[in-house]
Design a binder for this molecule. Structure first.
Ligand SMILES: NC(=O)c1ccc[n+]([C@@H]2O[C@H](COP(=O)([O-])OP(=O)(O)OC[C@H]3O[C@@H](n4cnc5c(N)ncnc54)[C@H](O)[C@@H]3O)[C@@H](O)[C@H]2O)c1
Ligand SMILES: [Zn+2]
Length: 350
């Protein structure tokens, strides 16, 4: 078992433990005595894990409700959120009750936002069941739903009281979702975690999946180190966006056909190539990154045009008028923030 303490404004622990999903109550009871619990999940995750989770709460004397919605990014919208909030209100959940987000980032983001705002905020627990949510979205307290105008535009910061990650739940995850998570994992290597990159070179995660708990712990620690310094993203937290400036453009231009982790992989490659040209980054870094991405079956280039990528960057919420802050690799295992004009950003696209 690995316990990582997140020293946020409201501190909490991330538990990473094989089999933890079968021992939920051991972790919940010290934080929350008998109350009403709403488990929020999607239909895919429900089919695998809902009844087991629900049974444990019921046996321990909690009153349990569940809310299951259709899987997929399209569900992370305002109408679905309001439906969930109305359901919570209809069950008369109080401020003393608990929400459990059981699933990937879609569940975590929407359920977290419901917990942030229902009765001005109730406690919630994240149980991430995708690799991406385990290493990224379940930690850090960002919650949101999408609006018609763009992704994650309506949200709030709300720290969970606990993150409970059971790597065994990833056994039912399709390969594409493993690969998706690997995109974000490789990103962490560039946030001053070069040992993660070396580890993944020697033992690519897709071929050594039993190591996943250890890898998740390394990534969560890396995210914790950054989030603790800058919970609300006014500075260094932006480092977590390595690969995301062009990555978001790729997601948008492909109509979200190219999934997040895959888009981030291409975005990291483009930014590294740009850094060779603009900042004198050693080209061997690009070669090493490319090999590592390929070892994890991730793409390293795109046919999406430079104009489309730049247009998306311009409209990105990270863009501040004429300038945008980008994350530029400085070596194999480190990066720095740079604020550039949109014209300068164009020079990065080789
Ligand atoms: N809040 C943050 O800081 C943050 C960070 C990164 C990403 N995100 C958000 O996360 C979302 C993406 O998350 P995701 O990649 O986890 O997607 P997801 O939640 O859609 O899950 C991917 C698919 O896997 C299925 N699934 C989940 N767990 C499973 C399991 N154990 N076995 C079988 N199938 C399973 C889901 O039903 C879904 O079909 C995006 O909306 C993104 O904006 C948020
Ligand atoms: Zn991401």
């Amino acid at each position: 078992m690995t316990r990582i303490h997140i020293n946020a404004s409201e501190p909490y622990d991330v538990i990473i433990e094989s089999g933890a999903i079968g021992r939920i109550i051991d972790y919940i009871q010290p934080l929350k005595t008998k109350c009403q619990v709403i488990i929020v999940t999607d239909d895919n995750v429900a089919a695998h894990y809902l009844s087991a989770v629900k049974d444990q709460f019921e046996k321990a004397g909690y009153t349990v409700f569940d809310y299951v919605f259709p899987h997929g990014e399209a569900s992370k919208n305002a109408a679905q959120l309001i439906d969930l909030i109305e359901y919570m209100a209809a069950q008369s959940l109080t401020r003393k009750d608990l929400l459990v987000a059981l699933g990937g980032g879609v569940v975590g983001d929407m359920a977290g936002f419901a917990a942030a705002t229902y009765l001005r905020g109730i406690d919630y627990v994240q149980i991430p069941t995708t690799l991406l949510s385990a290493v990224d979205s379940s930690v850090g307290g960002k919650t949101a739903v999408n609006l018609k105008a763009g992704k994650n535009l309506w949200g709030a910061f709300k720290q969970p009281i606990l993150v409970l990650c059971d790597p065994d739940t990833l056994n039912t995850l399709p390969d594409t979702e493993w690969i998706n998570g690997c995109g974000e994992i490789i990103k962490y290597g560039f946030l001053d975690v070069p040992d993660l990159l070396t580890h993944l070179e020697n033992k690519p995660l897709l071929d050594h999946r039993h190591n996943v708990g250890q890898i998740i712990a390394r990534c969560v620690q890396a995210k914790a180190d950054i989030v603790e310094q800058d919970e609300r993203e006014s500075g260094v937290r932006a480092l977590l966006n390595f690969g995301h400036t062009f990555g978001h453009g790729i997601e948008i231009a492909s109509n979200f056909e190219i999934h997040h982790g895959y888009a981030v992989a291409i975005g990291m490659m483009l930014m590294a190539q740009g850094a060779v040209k603009e900042n004198g980054l050693n080209p061997t870094v690009v070669d090493a990154l490319k090999a590592l991405l390929e070892a994890h079956q991730l793409p390293t280039s795109t046919s999406i045009t430079k104009d489309a990528l730049l247009a998306a960057a311009k409209h990105d919420k990270k863009s501040q008028g004429a300038t945008i802050t980008i994350v530029v690799p400085t070596s194999y295992g480190s990066s720095q923030l740079k604020t550039v004009t949109h014209e300068e950003l164009a020079n990065y696209l080789v």
